[in-house]
Design a protein around this ligand. Structure first.
Ligand SMILES: *Cc1c(COP(=O)(O)O)cnc(C)c1O
Length: 407
C-alpha cells in the first residue's frame, strides 16, 4: 500500500485568495456594470523591459542554428549571468559575493522551499507574522511543525511584526536554529535598517543559527542608507543565505528567473558539531535535482545588467513606487496610518476594524479589491494590504473611489 506524507494533512487550506475570488465574483454578479479594480494581488502588470525582449529574441534565433544551439547548460547558471549578478547586485554595493556563490534558479519561491532539504528534521524555526505563506507551508509539508491550533502551527516560533516594533521584529529570547526574514517585507512593506539586521546576524552567529533572507523586493529600496542585501552587514557571510528574484524587479513573474546566494563561509553543523559548508550541500542538491534555467531566459536576465537594462528596470520600479506614493498619501489624507509604500510596492494599512469587514466595505462601496491582513497571520488582523502593481490610471481611479467611500 502506497502511503502518503501525512504532514500534508496538517496543512490548512489557504482560503485567502479563493475567499477573495468568491467575494469578488459574488459582488460582480450582483453589480454587473461596476468595474472592479484589483489592488490585491502580488503580481506585476507591466510588460518586460525591451532589453529583455531583444535578448530573448536573439537567444531564440541562436537556438535555431546548429552552430549556436545550446543544450544542457550548467545547473548553477551560465557564467555570463552569475558574474553580472555578483558584480552589479553585490560588489558594486560593497557586499562581498563571488560569481560561484550565485545559484541561478527558476524562482525564489522554489528555492526558499527547496533549501530546507539541507537541514535536520528537528531544527527550531522562526517565521515572521504576518508571513509570506510559503515559509510556513513548506515546513509543514516537511514535518517540521506540529498541528494547527488556534491559528498557528505548534512548534514554530512566530516573530510578531506589529506597530510596537515598527514591523521589524527583534531576535527572540528563545534559541532558534533557522530564521526566515524578508525585507522589504511582503506583506507589510517594512524595510529593515542595517542596525536591525546586524542584531539578527549577531544572534545567528551566537546561536550557530542560519538566516534565510528573502530580498525579492530589494529593487524597490530608494533610501540609500537601507541595506539591499544582508551581505552589507558584517558577519552575514557566515550565517545567511539570500534569495533574490527577477520577478518583481524586472517583471519576470511569468518568465521565471531568480537566484540564491550561498557564501562559501556559510556553515551548518552535523550531529558531532562539525561545521559543514552549506555551499557544497546546495551545489550538490541543485546539480542533482535541477537542470538549469533555459538559455533564452538567462540571456533575458543578463540584459537587465546592461546600462539600458538598469535604466529600464529602475523605470519599472519607479512606476510602481509612484503608485505606492499615491496610495499612501491618500490614506494619510483619509486619516489612516500605514507602513511600507516608500521602499516597497506594498502598503500595510491599519483599518481600525476587522480585516475582512474592511475588505467587504472597500469592495462594496468602492469596487476596489485589497488583501485582508488576517490572511497572512494573526498579527495581520486589523490590517489590509494594498498593492501598487497596477496602472497609474487604475490606481488614481481606485483612490478616488476609496476617498468617496471612506470620507
Ligand atoms: C514574489 C515573491 C517572491 C518571488 O518568487 P518567484 O518564485 O521568484 O517569483 C519571493 N518572495 C516573496 C516574499 C515574494 O513576495
Amino acid at each position: 500500500m502506497i502511503l502518503i506524507n501525512e504532514n500534508y494533512l496538517k496543512l490548512q487550506a489557504s482560503y485567502l485568495f479563493s475567499d477573495i475570488g468568491k467575494r469578488v465574483a459574488a459582488f460582480q454578479e450582483a453589480h454587473p456594470d461596476q468595474d472592479i479594480i484589483k489592488l490585491g494581488i502580488g503580481d506585476v502588470t507591466r510588460a518586460l523591459p525591451s532589453v529583455c525582449i531583444d535578448a530573448l529574441h536573439k537567444a531564440v534565433d541562436e537556438m535555431a542554428e546548429d552552430a549556436t544551439f545550446r543544450g544542457y547548460g550548467p545547473e548553477q547558471g551560465y557564467a555570463f549571468l552569475r558574474e553580472k549578478i555578483a558584480q552589479v547586485d553585490f560588489q558594486a554595493r560593497g557586499a562581498e559575493v563571488a560569481a560561484d556563490e550565485v545559484f541561478v534558479s527558476d524562482g525564489a519561491k522554489c528555492d526558499s522551499g527547496n533549501i530546507q532539504e539541507l537541514f535536520g528534521q528537528d531544527v527550531a524555526i522562526a517565521v515572521p507574522d504576518p508571513v509570506y505563506p510559503v515559509y510556513v507551508d513548506t515546513n509543514v509539508m516537511a514535518g517540521r511543525t506540529g498541528t494547527w491550533q488556534e491559528g498557528r502551527y505548534q512548534g514554530l516560533t512566530y516573530l510578531e511584526s506589529t506597530e510596537n516594533n515598527n514591523f521589524v521584529p527583534e531576535p527572540p529570547e528563545a534559541k532558534v536554529d533557522l530564521i526566515y526574514l524578508c525585507f522589504p517585507n511582503n506583506p507589510t512593506g517594512a524595510a529593515a535598517t542595517k542596525a536591525q539586521l546586524k542584531q539578527w546576524v549577531d544572534y545567528a552567529g551566537e546561536n550557530k543559527a542560519l538566516i534565510l533572507f528573502d530580498a525579492a523586493y530589494a529593487a524597490f529600496i530608494r533610501d540609500d542608507s537601507l541595506p539591499q542585501s544582508i551581505y552589507e552587514i558584517a558577519g552575514a557571510r557566515e550565517v545567511a543565505v539570500e534569495f533574490r528574484s527577477f520577478s518583481k524587479t524586472a517583471g519576470f513573474t511569468g518568465t521565471r528567473c531568480a537566484y540564491t546566494i550561498v557564501p562559501k563561509e556559510c556553515m551548518a553543523y552535523d550531529s558531532q558539531g562539525n561545521a559543514q559548508p552549506l555551499h557544497l550541500l546546495w551545489n550538490r542538491r541543485h546539480a542533482t535535482k535541477f537542470n538549469g534555467v533555459s538559455y533564452p531566459v538567462q540571456r533575458a536576465a543578463e540584459a537587465v545588467y546592461s546600462v539600458a537594462g538598469q535604466e529600464q528596470v529602475k523605470e519599472l520600479s519607479d512606476y510602481y513606487l509612484k503608485n505606492a506614493a499615491l496610495i499612501s498619501s491618500k490614506m494619510t489624507e483619509l486619516g489612516y496610518t500605514w507602513v511600507g509604500g516608500v521602499n516597497s510596492p506594498y502598503i500595510w494599512i491599519k483599518t481600525g476594524t476587522d480585516s475582512w469587514a474592511f475588505f467587504d466595505n472597500l469592495l462594496n462601496k468602492a469596487g476596489v479589491v485589497c488583501t485582508p491582513g488576517s490572511g497572512f497571520g494573526k498579527c495581520g488582523e486589523g490590517y489590509i494590504r494594498l498593492s501598487a502593481f497596477n496602472s497609474h490610471e487604475n490606481v488614481e481611479k481606485a483612490m478616488q473611489r476609496i476617498e468617496n467611500a471612506l470620507k
